[in-house]
Design a protein around this ligand. Structure first.
Ligand SMILES: C[S@@+](CC[C@H](N)C(=O)[O-])C[C@H]1O[C@@H](n2cnc3c(N)ncnc32)[C@H](O)[C@@H]1O
Length: 284
C-alpha cells in the first residue's frame, strides 16, 4: 500500500528520499544508539499478546520487531514509514526472523489509509516529529485507535539537554554559521516543549496525557565507537546536524578534527557515551 502525497515538500520529501537513504546507510549505528530509549518506550507501551499495534516512522523496524514478539502470533504489528528503502530493509529483516505477525507499509502516517479504529496502540520511537502539519497528523493517528487505545511515543527533549547534538551544532557554528533553528519546525526537536505536545494531543482528542523525562547517556555512533567514528557519524549521518554541503573542504576537515578532539573526553570502554534527554509520552 502506498500513501504518499506527491506534492508534499520539505520534511516528508526529505525522509522519503535522501534522509531515508542516509538513515539506512547508518541503520545499525542508529539502532544501537537508540536502543536504551527504545527499551523504555516498549516497557511503557506494555503491549500484550493478541494486541494490534502500529509503529509510526518505523525505520528499519527494531521497535516493530520487538513488539511483534510481545504481541505473539495472536496479535500483529504494522510498521509504517514514508521511506521506501527503510520499509524494504525492515521487511527484509522481519522476513529473516520469520515473524509472520509483522508487516510493513509504505506511507505518510499523516494521511495513510490504514484500518480505522482497529489498533490497540500506536507507538513511535522518534518518528512523529517530522509532520508538516502535526495537528492534522495526530488527529489522523487518533483515528487508527480502538476506543480506549493508547498512543506511546518518544521524542527529543531540548537540544541543550542533548549534548551529543549540541556539541556538533556549536562546533559547526563556530566555523560556519548555521540557520537559527525555528521553534516547533518539523525536525528532531519539534516536540521539545512538553506544553506543545500536550496541546497537540489534547486537540487531537487524546486524554490521560503523561509526559515523563528520560535522561541518560547514549552510545554515539553505535557499539564500540571512538571519538573519530562518533565525530564522523555526527557530522555525516544525522539529518540536520550534518555538515552543510557548501562548507569548504578545509573548514569541514577542521570541524571534524576539532569535534573528534572534543569527543575524546566522552570515550569509554563502551564507546563514546554522551548525555541525552527525551520525553516519553503516553495518552489514550
Ligand atoms: C528518526 S527516524 C526513527 C526510525 C525508527 N523509529 C527508529 O527509532 O529506529 C524517523 C523515521 O520516521 C520516518 N518518517 C518521517 N516522517 C514520516 C511520515 N510523515 N510518515 C511516516 N514515516 C515518517 C522516517 O522515514 C524515519 O524512518
Amino acid at each position: 500500500m502506498t500513501n504518499i502525497s506527491p506534492e508534499k515538500a520539505s520534511s516528508e520529501t526529505l525522509w522519503a528520499g535522501q534522509r531515508g537513504e542516509r538513515w539506512l546507510a547508518n541503520a545499525d549505528r542508529f539502532e544501537e544508539m537508540l536502543e536504551p530509549i527504545g527499551r523504555a518506550l516498549i516497557e511503557l507501551a506494555a503491549c500484550q499478546p493478541g494486541e494490534r499495534i502500529i509503529d509510526v516512522g518505523c525505520g528499519t523496524g527494531a521497535t516493530s520487531i520487538a513488539i511483534a514478539r510481545q504481541v505473539s502470533a495472536a496479535g500483529g504489528v504494522t510498521g509504517l514509514d514514508i521511506s521506501s528503502v527503510l520499509v524494504a530493509e525492515a521487511s527484509k529483516r522481519a522476513g529473516m526472523l520469520g515473524l509472520e505477525n509483522l508487516h510493513f507499509v509504505l506511507g505518510d502516517a499523516a494521511i495513510a489509509e490504514l484500518p480505522v479504529a482497529q489498533a490497540d496502540a500506536v507507538v513511535s520511537r522518534f518518528g512523529v516529529m517530522f509532520f508538516s502539519d502535526p495537528q492534522a497528523a495526530f488527529i489522523h493517528l487518533h483515528g487508527f485507535l480502538k476506543p480506549g487505545g493508547r498512543m506511546v511515543f518518544a521524542c527529543w527533549a531540548p537540544m541543550l539537554q542533548n549534548l551529543w547534538r549540541l556539541e556538533v551544532e556549536n562546533m559547526i557554528n563556530a566555523h560556519f554559521p548555521l540557520p537559527t533553528p525555528v521553534p516547533r519546525a518539523p525536525g528532531p526537536f519539534a516536540f521539545d516543549e512538553p506544553e506543545y505536545v500536550q496541546e497537540i494531543l489534547q486537540l487531537a482528542g487524546f486524554k490521560n496525557i503523561r509526559i515523563t523525562p528520560w535522561q541518560n547517556n547514549l552510545g554515539i555512533g553505535g557499539a564500540g565507537s571512538n571519538a573519530r567514528s562518533a565525530a564522523e557519524f555526527l557530522l555525516k549521518a544525522l539529518g540536520n546536524a550534518q555538515l552543510p554541503e557548501d562548507v569548504p573542504a578545509a573548514i569541514g576537515m577542521a570541524i571534524q578534527s576539532e569535534l573528534e578532539e572534543r569527543l575524546k573526553m566522552f570515550e569509554t570502554k563502551d564507546g563514546v557515551q554522551m548525555p541525552a534527554a527525551a520525553w516519553l509520552v503516553s495518552a489514550q
